[in-house]
Design a protein around this ligand. Sequence first.
Ligand code: PLP
Length: 271
Amino acid sequence: PFCFAKNEIIDSKTAQIHPMDIGLIRGYGIFDFFRTSNYIPMFLSDYLDRFIRSAEKTHLKLKFTKSELKDIILELVQKNDLRDGGIRMLLTGGVSENHFSPAEGELFIFCEELLFPGKEKYENGVKLLSAEHVRMIADIKTTNYAYPVWLSPSWKDAGAEDVIYHFNGVVSESSRSNIFMVKNGEISTPNNHILHGITRKRVLELAPECKIRSISFEELLDADELFITSTTKKILPITTIDDQKIGDGKVGEITKKLIADFVEMEKNHTY
Ligand code: PLP
């Protein structure tokens, strides 16, 4: 496969990074991740806007404009024959003299195979393990996922799909997804300490009546329906948190309807 590295499209196997890049030694960098569906990079404009915003907020200079990035991505999709796959953009912190200050980063764009959760998970729902945690500078898609990577063996041991973060009793998000709850027919999603997910944005378009507000962990456990949203999971129902059943423990009707509406929205997406 081909990737974009250091200003050109090259064979992915030959891509290199300096070992003193603060992306590696300090975990400082940004990334974004989206997917193609039938060769169309879905909702590309939103992902590029978020990537550019992340670069600005982290004091990292992006040497390419939005439209240049788009052209590079379309060329990669074509060269890699990427019908249904993932695309990862990475901007590292760069190599700096004091090994600490943000410097001139390296931009990489890789194509990857994409694996969605199995069909049974959408039919039966999955479990999340709760953890007291809040992400720093949460609205930036930084490369620092040390906490959930460290935690992941525990949620796997507990038979959970992922984690749900809460802090001072308030819920934020899952490790790589946003969360929504339904109670008495009303849909809500947290407003603080979250990454503004592109899939979340799509769900808010499908359900404009959704309340964006502070949600307590207690409320979440007492919901009728829960689901998480992300690029790689789309809309995934949650039926258990820790050892507690959510609602009647089955995938709810509003969740099912949104899953179906999302499929329709994707079918009609062009750009
Ligand atoms: N929250 C975090 C921390 C994430 O890393 C992600 C996705 O990677 C999301 C939420 C969901 O965002 P999106 O729907 O854009 O994939």
